[in-house]
Design a protein around this ligand. Structure first.
Ligand code: ADE
Ligand code: ZN
Length: 339
């Protein structure tokens, strides 16, 4: 995306830091890949998928999300999925994307990890080349699976020389506290990998504290329940720990009652480094620009507020200092554009 065009976007140019590539699998792509591989999809047409996506909570969503991944079978599927996400993200102003994938969700179905990694890496390289979006890849481990399995998968990823920026922790949260993954995260740290973790989405603020103290998490994915613990809020603000908040996801998974009841503005006011992200845009009604637009409409956010959120995303990214300063300049141009 050029600096000239960025100024005319209705939402700010930004970095996206909380995105599951499997969560970008749009119903139309599920149907096309099901046909390619001769699989029966979860629903017969796009409208029928939409009807299925009335989620009651995180685990209801996850059951459909994992079921749909069954259509991702070869490296080409993963490359096409990644390219489609990057094209859509770039159109919405994403300059840099740090993308999670769930290796265990594919290994568990008998898909070779080499095909998954090769496909996603090819998609990312193409996106960088053709769209100018810089990227990073984060292996997210399923917290409702044994830690020993995650450790073995990390070994396999290293053996494959997967181009990993870092590791993360996702899937069903409640009942699976950070302490279970202390050794895995210590190993990742010793390998020089970045560390992020979902915490405080459905789980309590103690999981956020645990992710910081026991896992050395550099960013917290979601973290919205942190607001329930005022000492934690002060700590997160003082230490400038970024939170990758996903408002439309929180509404669709009923982590909050409505967008109006979402704590994002309160979090900003209390000094937290809040970023805006889409999580699983094919399931939650929008990509990152849709999240910014929904927040702007709901809370009457000014251009300056939106630019602050975008600058937070640049600061919170693991991009190089040079890349960060180039992105900051694009956001500043957007902030001051005469529209
Ligand atoms: N995997 C994909 N999306 C997720 C979310 N919102 N929370 C936990 N795990 C996930
Ligand atoms: Zn997530």
């Amino acid at each position: 995306m050029s600096a000239v065009s960025a100024a005319f976007l209705s939402t700010p140019p930004c970095a996206e830091l909380h995105l599951h590539i499997e969560g970008t699998l749009e119903p139309a792509m599920v149907l096309a890949l099901a046909e390619k591989h001769g699989i029966t999809p979860a629903a017969p047409d796009v409208d029928a998928f939409a009807a299925l996506y009335d989620f009651t909570d995180l685990s209801h969503f996850l059951s459909l999300y994992y079921a749909n991944t069954d259509v991702l079978r070869d490296a080409e599927d993963f490359a096409d999925l990644t390219r489609a996400y990057l094209r859509r993200a770039a159109d919405g102003g994403v300059m840099h994307a740090e993308i999670m994938f769930d290796p265990q969700a594919h290994l568990g179905r008998g898909i070779p990890l080499a095909a998954v990694v090769e496909g996603i890496a090819a998609g990312l390289a193409g996106g960088e080349r053709e769209l100018g979006v810089t990227t990073g890849l984060i292996a997210a481990f399923l917290r409702d699976r044994p830690a020993a399995e995650a450790d073995a998968v990390l070994t396999e990823l290293l053996d494959l020389e997967a181009p990993l920026l870092g590791i993360g922790l996702d899937s069903a949260e409640v009942g699976y506290p950070p302490v279970l993954f202390r050794d895995l995260f210590a190993r990742a740290a010793s390998l020089g990998l970045h560390r992020v973790a979902h915490a405080g989405e459905e789980g309590p603020p103690e999981y956020v504290t645990g992710a910081l103290d026991l896992l050395g998490a550099e960013r917290i994915d979601h973290g919205i329940r942190s607001v329930e613990d005022s000492r934690l809020v002060v700590r997160l603000a003082e230490q400038r720990v970024p939170l990758t908040v996903c408002p439309l996801s929180n509404v669709r998974l009923r982590a909050v009652d409505s967008l109006a009841a979402h704590p994002l503005v309160e979090m900003m006011r209390r000094g937290l480094v809040v970023t805006v992200n889409s999580d699983d845009p094919a399931y939650f009604g929008g990509y990152v620009d849709d999240n910014y637009a929904a927040l702007a409409a709901q809370f009457g956010l000014a251009r300056d507020d939106l630019a602050t959120l975008a600058l937070n995303s640049v600061e919170a990214s693991f991009a190089s200092p040079d890349r960060k300063s180039a992105m900051r300049a694009v956001v500043e141009e957007w902030r001051t554009a005469q529209v």
